[in-house]
Design a protein around this ligand. Structure first.
Ligand code: FES
Length: 124
């Protein structure tokens, strides 16, 4: 079972916005996998760029899981392949639209600078 079974929180940096995730309310919206970091962000007005609409076909939703990485459901091959094309990938990088947490601990997720700039430009 990959979906979170218990409440947990995600703090998005650098906005420092903490979202409390209630598994009973997931999915919030339809951006990426149900319960993904992107979906939860979009459901709480936290901006993460998602050029392909959340189907693991871009990499603009690249985020770095600073804390709680061990609670993430491992990336599948499609996510791994697409992540390889993202700039500034780290061992804790994930595609926000594909990354689902098991909810066993709280997460701290950083939206990289280049994504934030891109999102701002796209908001016109
Ligand atoms: S939104 Fe395109 S890969 Fe996540």
């Amino acid at each position: 079972m990959s979906a979170p079974q218990q409440p947990y929180s995600i703090t998005y940096l650098p906005a420092n916005t903490t979202v409390h995730v209630d598994p009973a309310k997931v999915p919030y919206d339809r951006h990426g996998k149900p319960g993904s970091i992107l979906e939860i962000a979009m459901g709480h007005a936290v901006d993460i760029d998602h050029a392909c609409g959340g189907v693991a076909a871009c990499s603009t939703c690249h985020v770095i899981v600073k804390s709680g990485f061990e609670s993430m459901v491992p990336a599948d091959e499609q996510e791994e392949d697409m992540l390889d094309t993202a700039p500034g990938v780290t061992p804790r990088s994930r595609l926000a639209c594909q990354a689902v947490a098991r909810g066993t601990c709280d997460l701290v997720v950083e939206v990289p600078t280049w994504n934030r700039n891109h999102a701002k430009e796209g908001a016109h």
